[in-house]
Design a protein around this ligand. Structure first.
Ligand code: FE2
Length: 195
C-alpha cells in the first residue's frame, strides 16, 4: 500500500493527489465502521482517479491498445470516462492490483450501477464525501451519512440515493447526458419488488 502512494504520485496534480489521499483515509474509516478488512477498498481508493488528468486522446488510445470498447453512454458522459479508463491503466501498469473487486469499485465509482457491492458503494461514497470536498452537496451528504449510523447498511443506501438525487438534478439542470448506470443505480436502490 505504501508503494501505491508513491506510484500514483506522478499521475496527478497536487490537488488530485490530496483528494486521493483523503478518499483513502475516508475508506479506512468506512472499513472500520462497516467491520470489513478494507485492503481492496483502500487499493481501489488509491487507484480510482489515475486517469482523471490524462488527456482524453490518451485515454481513448489506452482502451484501443487494451482492446476495450467504450460504451456509448460513457462516450456521451465525458465526466465518467476516467472511471472507465482507470481499470484499463490498472490492468496495463498495475497488474498486481487487477483484481475483480478493485477493478469494479474503480469502474463504478462515478456512475454507480444496479446492485452495487459493498466495496463499490463505499468507494463511491468516500469519493463524494471526503472532507476536502468543498461543494455544499458533498458537505450535506457527509453530515447526513454520519448523523445516524445505527442501521449502517440502510444509511449507506439512503445516502447514495440522496447523492443520486443531487447528481441527476444537476445533470438535468445543465441539460447534460445521464449515464444509464446512474439511473439503474437509483432504481435498484429504491425498488420495492426484487429481481
Ligand atoms: Fe475521486
Amino acid at each position: 500500500m505504501f508503494n501505491l502512494e508513491k506510484e500514483i504520485r506522478p499521475l496527478m496534480s497536487n490537488y488530485r493527489y490530496n483528494h486521493t489521499l483523503s478518499v483513502v483515509s475516508e475508506c479506512k474509516n468506512l472499513a472500520e465502521l462497516f467491520g470489513i478488512d478494507g485492503e481492496k477498498l483502500i487499493a481501489s481508493a488509491y487507484l480510482h482517479d489515475i486517469t482523471k488528468e490524462m488527456p482524453t486522446d490518451s485515454q481513448l488510445l489506452l482502451c484501443e491498445k487494451m482492446g476495450i470498447e467504450i460504451d456509448k453512454d460513457t462516450l456521451n458522459s465525458p465526466k465518467t470516462l476516467h472511471s472507465f479508463t482507470a481499470p484499463a491503466l490498472i490492468m496495463s501498469d498495475f497488474p498486481q492490483y487487477a483484481d475483480k473487486e478493485i477493478l469494479s469499485a474503480v469502474r463504478y465509482h462515478t456512475t454507480g450501477r444496479a446492485n452495487m457491492t459493498l466495496t463499490e458503494k463505499l468507494l463511491y461514497l468516500a469519493d463524494y464525501i471526503e472532507p476536502t470536498r468543498k461543494f455544499d452537496e458533498c458537505k450535506r451528504l457527509r453530515e447526513y451519512f454520519y448523523a445516524d449510523t445505527c442501521d449502517i447498511q440502510k444509511r449507506l443506501n439512503d445516502t447514495i440515493v440522496l447523492s443520486l438525487k443531487y447528481t441527476i438534478s444537476e445533470l438535468l439542470e445543465k441539460k447534460e447526458f445521464i449515464h444509464s448506470q446512474t439511473l439503474e443505480c437509483y432504481n435498484s436502490l429504491i425498488k420495492r419488488i426484487g429481481d
